[in-house]
Write a protein that binds this ligand. Structure first.
Ligand code: NDP
Length: 257
């Protein structure tokens, strides 16, 4: 796997915490030679610290570039590739991980602002990132090469009361991913989705607008997955032989089955 990932450039959205942050570390630990990581999120200071921590752990064989990027802002996404230093532009892997849930309310009560932020981040942000990076993949021989790894959710498959908007965003991610994979059939561009179940991250805290007590209550009586559990799968699918497409992975803790 290390050999296959050697020399690759990997872009991760939502790399400032949770699954995205773990995925950055996992790529660096797995392929510590000549890997280039572009870590993006809104919290640039956190990204800078993560970049420094990665290099401190695995050494300078991995180059890490923190980039402030709000995926819900189309103009920022459009400018993203062009603003990268030349040596980071030959992107091989895009991990579309940035996402959030805001407010758990019955459909009629959901605030318009929360609807917009969830769709603009989880769906439009992911689509815009994909459109920004696909031309780089398509320039490669045989119809193109590169990996798009979309982080969906079990919520996209099993909608629940109170989660209608979040579930709808993740169902949209699933449809987009499937359609894109079919559009790119017979190229070496792999379009893959990983759908986590319950994972303990800042996700719940964001969901309850920063109320940590409410967030912790989500995990009461169960043992959620760790972000590393998901990160290992992300790196696993990216590290397969080019012809192997692990299209769709559902991963949840045993209590959730
Ligand atoms: P976290 O809240 O820990 O991480 C979310 C990341 O997304 C942060 O790095 C945040 O960074 C980033 N982000 C949020 N909004 C934006 C934006 N507009 N632009 C750029 N980055 C943004 O949660 P997780 O690690 O759990 O979530 C990662 C993904 O996993 C999400 O897509 C989520 O839906 C999915 N997921 C999570 C599950 C769970 O139980 N935790 C279950 C199933 C799926 P910043 O605030 O710095 O911008």
């Amino acid at each position: 796997v290390a050999k296959r990932l050697e020399g690759k450039t990997v872009v991760i959205t939502g790399a400032s915490s949770g699954i995205g942050k773990s995925t950055a570390f996992e790529f660096a630990r797995t392929a510590p030679k000549n890997l280039k990581l572009v870590l993006t999120a809104r919290r640039i200071d956190t990204l800078k610290q993560i970049a420094a921590d990665i290099v401190a752990e695995v050494g300078e064989g991995v180059k890490v570039l923190p980039v402030q990027l709000d995926v819900s802002k189309p103009e920022e996404v459009k400018a993203f590739v062009g603003n990268l230093p030349e040596e980071y532009r030959d992107i091989n892997v895009l991990v579309n991980n940035a996402g959030l849930v805001k407010g758990l309310a019955r459909a009629p009560e959901i605030a318009e602002e929360d609807i917009n932020i969830m769709f603009n981040t989880n769906v439009t942000g992911l689509i815009n990132m994909t459109q920004a990076i696909l031309p780089i993949f398509k320039k490669r021989p045989e119809g193109g090469a590169g990996d798009i790894i979309n982080v969906g959710s079990i919520a996209g498959r099993e909608p629940y009361p109170g989660g209608s908007i979040y579930c709808a965003t993740k169902a949209a991610v699933r449809s987009f991913t499937d359609a894109l994979r079919k559009e790119l059939i017979a190229t070496r561009i792999r379009v893959m989705e990983i759908d986590p179940g319950q994972v303990e991250t800042e996700f719940s805290v964001v969901r309850f607008y920063g109320d940590k007590a409410k967030a912790d209550a989500v995990y009461e009586g169960c043992e959620p997955l760790t972000p590393d559990d998901i990160a290992e799968v992300v790196v696993f699918v990216a590290g397969r032989r080019e012809n192997v497409v692990i299209a769709d992975t559902l991963i949840f803790p045993s209590h959730q089955a």
